[in-house]
Ligand binder design. Structure first.
Ligand SMILES: [Zn+2]
Length: 116
């Protein structure tokens, strides 16, 4: 399983991409690696795309799987981070709740089927 770079504040907020300061409590954050897997919360398919993108363009919000691990106090995580991703999954296969893997290529987060 892979990881993504994120940051975490002592108040439990996780930021991806990483932020140096927490937007909730303004505290300083620490770098943290999180699992690169999650679930599609919602998505849309754009039939017209901006220059540099091919249509149809799939955009989705992925809720990443982040759970307390041995380095965290139980319940420390405020909420699982959610990020907007470009989808690299055939449109016919897209499902809300589908388990996906997220990868960052240049500055764009992309979701794809598990096992790729
Ligand atoms: Zn905070």
């Amino acid at each position: 399983m892979g990881t993504l770079n994120a940051s975490m504040c002592v108040c439990g907020q996780i930021f991806i991409p990483p932020k140096q300061r927490c937007i909730i409590c303004t505290g300083k954050t620490e770098p943290r690696e999180i699992n690169d897997t999650g679930n599609i919360m919602t998505y849309t398919v754009l039939q017209v795309a901006h220059d540099g993108f091919d249509a149809p363009l799939i955009l989705g919000i992925v809720e990443l799987d982040v759970s307390a691990d041995k380095n965290d106090e139980i319940g420390k995580i405020a909420a699982n981070p959610k990020i907007i991703c470009q989808g690299q999954v055939p449109e016919k296969d897209l499902r809300i709740g589908m388990k996906v893997k997220v990868k960052k290529i240049d500055d764009i987060y992309i979701f794809m089927k598990m096992g790729i």
